[in-house]
Design a protein around this ligand. Structure first.
Ligand code: 5RP
Length: 293
C-alpha cells in the first residue's frame, strides 16, 4: 500500500477560480483541444502567426524554391511559428522530431493543367490525427466553376475536425479572371466564417483591407502571393497586420527570395515586433550580406 498524503487545507475559499477569455477572435466558445491547437499556431503573447507555406507542389509540382525541401526549406522552419505542407512532404522529408505545429493541406485533385476549382477533400481526419497536426487547410473557390462543392467540402472537413478538436483553415482561392478586391474578399471570407472555418487565409488588398478583417468573425492570415520585391512584401505584411490580420501564411516571397533566411527574420520583426517595413528591410539586407560573406 502506498503511504497516504495528508488531506490538503489550502482551499482559498472565497477566491474565484481563475478563468481566461481565449485571445483569438471568435474562438472563445471552441473546445479545449481546438483552442490548444490554435494556441500552438497563433503565438499566445501577441495572437499572431508566421506560417511558412510550402504546399504549392500539390497542384503545380516542383515549384521554384521548393525543388529540394530538405536543403532549402528545413533550415527556415525554426524561424516560423507553423509549417504548412502536404502529408507527402511531411512523411518523406520533415523529421518527426520537429516540434513546430503543422497545418496540413487536406484538399487536392486537379493540377495546373486542369480546372483548379475541381478540388476534393484529399485526406482523412484519421490520418490528420495520426500525424498530430494542429489544423487542416482546404481551398474554397467562391465564384469558381465548382464553387458549391468546394464550400461543401470545407463544411465536411470542419465537421470531421470538430469531432476530434482539429481546426480548419479555409483558403480563399481566386480564379485567374477574378478581381482581387476587398468586395470579393469580404464575400469569400465571410462565407467561410459563416459556414464554420476556424480561421481563413486570404489575400491582402491595397484598399479597404480593414473592412475584410472587420467583417470576418474569425482570424485572417494573408498569403504572400507571387514573388514581389522584398520591400513590397514586407510592406504588405506590415499593412495587413496593422489592418487587422492575425499573421501571414507566406511561401514564395520567402523561399524565392535571394535570402530566404533574411526574409524569415524580417517577417518576424514585422509580424511579432510590429517593425516598420524600412527597418525590417534593413534587417533582411544585413542578414543577406552577412550570409554572402
Ligand atoms: C496554395 C496555397 C499556398 O500555401 C499559399 O498560396 C501561400 O503561399 P504564397 O505566399 O506563395 O502565395 O494555399 O494554394
Amino acid at each position: 500500500m502506498p503511504e497516504m498524503d495528508k488531506e490538503g487545507k489550502e482551499y482559498h475559499v472565497g477566491v474565484k477560480q481563475k478563468s481566461e477569455l481565449f485571445y483569438l477572435k471568435g474562438s472563445t466558445e471552441l473546445d479545449w483541444g481546438m483552442k490548444n491547437r490554435l494556441a500552438r499556431i497563433f503565438n499566445p503573447k501577441d495572437g499572431k502567426t508566421i506560417m511558412l507555406a510550402i504546399d504549392h507542389g500539390y497542384f503545380q509540382g516542383p515549384t521554384s524554391g521548393l525543388e529540394r525541401i530538405d536543403i532549402n526549406i528545413l533550415p527556415l522552419v525554426p524561424h516560423a511559428d507553423t509549417l504548412m505542407c502536404t502529408r507527402g512532404i511531411l512523411r518523406s522529408i520533415v523529421p518527426p522530431s520537429i516540434t513546430k505545429p503543422i497545418v496540413i493541406r487536406a484538399s487536392g485533385g486537379p493540377s495546373i493543367l486542369k480546372e483548379l476549382s475541381d478540388e476534393q477533400i484529399a485526406m482523412d481526419m484519421e490520418d490528420c490525427i495520426r500525424l498530430g497536426v494542429c489544423a487542416t487547410a482546404i481551398q474554397v473557390f467562391i465564384g469558381g466553376e465548382f464553387e458549391s462543392r468546394s464550400v461543401i467540402n470545407m463544411t465536411k472537413l470542419v465537421d470531421a475536425g470538430l469531432k476530434y478538436g482539429i481546426p480548419t483553415m479555409a483558403v480563399t482561392a481566386v480564379g485567374r479572371d477574378m478581381e482581387r478586391n476587398a468586395k470579393y474578399f469580404r464575400l469569400a471570407t465571410r462565407i467561410c466564417a459563416e459556414l464554420g472555418a476556424h480561421y481563413i487565409k486570404t489575400y491582402y488588398t491595397k484598399e479597404d483591407f480593414e473592412t475584410v478583417t472587420a467583417s470576418c468573425s474569425v482570424p485572417i492570415v494573408i498569403a504572400g502571393g507571387k514573388k514581389i520585391p522584398e520591400m513590397d512584401a514586407l510592406t504588405m505584411a506590415y499593412r495587413s497586420i496593422n489592418e487587422g490580420a492575425a499573421g501571414v501564411d507566406m511561401g514564395r516571397n520567402i523561399f524565392q527570395s535571394d535570402s530566404p533566411i533574411g526574409m524569415m527574420h524580417a517577417i518576424n520583426a514585422v509580424v511579432h515586433g510590429n517593425e516598420k517595413p524600412k527597418q525590417a528591410f534593413e534587417l533582411y539586407r544585413s542578414i543577406k550580406d552577412k550570409m554572402q560573406k
